[in-house]
Ligand binder design. Structure first.
Ligand code: DX5
Ligand code: ZN
Length: 213
């Protein structure tokens, strides 16, 4: 099983003070998860590459594009803004291999994500070229939703197929659901509300980590 990584999602943080918010988690975070929403693939619109550029941290930025047909120059914007990895959605791209190879060609890590109702079969052909698979455990678009346990069989199957792959779960992750996803085989845990709604963010992360052994 690859290394356990905690990725606080700044979607639930105070974005007017993002560097201060990140400062409070960076000692315990392996990645900072940045949700990009375009108002098309998902109804809300969040931040853009210009915003990502203003983030100052040594923790790698894990950019999650909930974006319809992201083109090369759009993706390049996030790479230039300092992304460590860019994850696209299978459902958002006609031919995800195009985006995946563009991301990899630029020397950073590429991920592919599937929504709770998308079958694993849809992405099996990309498993040899991606660095990470993000299995959504809520419908993308909003923080604070309930973890969908029905996504766990996909995590289990994926872990069997790819013992060394980074498998990320995102949505409704708290100490209890992180444990559930960990047992299914996930090793990268995105958490927004369960970290940033707490006054003591470090304690919130430690609480999640406790169950991941
Ligand atoms: C949802 C985003 C998530 C979101 C998770 O579409 O992809 O990253 O921030 O928030 P919580 O942890 O509150 O479910
Ligand atoms: Zn996300």
């Amino acid at each position: 099983m690859p290394k356990i990584k905690i990725a606080p999602s700044i979607l639930s943080a105070d974005l007017s003070n993002v560097n201060k918010e990140i400062n409070e988690v960076e000692k315990y975070a392996d990645l900072i998860h940045v949700d990009i929403m375009d108002g098309i693939f998902v109804p809300p619109i969040t931040v853009n590459a210009e915003f990502v550029k203003t983030i100052k941290t040594k923790v790698p930025l894990d950019v999650h594009l909930m974006v319809h047909e992201p083109g090369n120059s759009y993706i390049k914007g996030f790479i230039d803004a300092g992304a460590y990895s860019v994850t696209i959605h299978e459902e958002a791209c006609k031919d995800p291999s195009k985006q995946i190879s563009f991301i990899k060609k630029n020397g950073i890590k590429a991920g592919i994500s599937i929504k709770p109702n998308t079958s694993l079969d849809k992405i099996k052909k990309y498993l040899g070229i991606v660095d990470m698979v993000l299995v959504m455990t809520v419908e993308p678009g909003w923080a604070g939703q309930k973890f969908i346990e029905a996504a766990m069989p996909k995590v289990r199957e994926l872990r069997k197929l790819k013992p060394k792959l980074d498998i990320e779960v995102d949505g409704g992750i708290n100490p209890m659901t992180a444990r559930t996803a960990f047992e299914a085989g996930a090793n990268v845990f995105v958490a927004g509300t369960s970290i940033f709604s707490k006054k003591d963010r470090a304690a919130a992360i430690k609480e999640i980590l406790k169950g991941l052994k």
